[in-house]
Design a protein. Structure first.
Length: 160
């Protein structure tokens, strides 16, 4: 199973850049996850083609918050994935999001715009970074989770 993961797109409309990301990276994914700060219900509608799961973030307006929960658990194959945006300072972010879930194999989060892909206490912590680049100097990235049997692996992809 191949799961495409985005976060912190921070765009108010569907842009050419997002359409290209979808064409190049999302179209063949079995599932698409977005870890919040989507900012536009139009972007949610564009991404939601039947295999989409998203959560709201601190920068999302009320219409997006009405569409998406703050956190959720997704069952993907044999894996349980906690999906949340996160909040506060980057330091301590992983500890705060960990406290929100029990019995998960992976936690996908955003907020910091910094990609992360590591295992701690038998849980995969995965932050895809920011796909659109919230600030012009920010590196642009997204990620993939791959599930084979009882194993889940993460991979960060830098976007051109």
């Amino acid at each position: 199973m191949k799961i495409a993961v985005l976060s912190d797109t921070h765009i108010s409309t569907v842009t050419r850049e997002l359409v290209q990301i979808h064409k190049d990276y999302l179209a063949d994914a079995d599932m698409i996850l977005h870890a919040g700060d989507i900012v536009s219900s139009d972007v949610v509608s564009f991404l939601d083609r039947g295999n989409f799961h998203g959560v709201s973030g601190n920068m999302d307006p009320y219409d997006v918050r009405d569409m998406l929960p703050v956190k959720k658990i997704i069952k993907a194959g044999s894996q349980r994935i906690g999906l949340i945006h996160g909040w506060g300072f980057s330091s301590g972010l992983e500890q705060r999001v960990l406290a929100e879930f029990e019995d998960v194999d992976a936690i996908v989060y955003g907020h910091s715009h910094k990609a992360a892909n590591h295992i701690r206490n038998n849980i995969l912590f995965f932050n895809p970074g920011s796909a659109i680049g919230f600030r012009p100097a920010s590196p642009r990235s997204m990620g993939f989770l791959e599930i084979e049997g009882d194993e889940i692996r993460g991979r960060i992809v830098e976007l051109r």
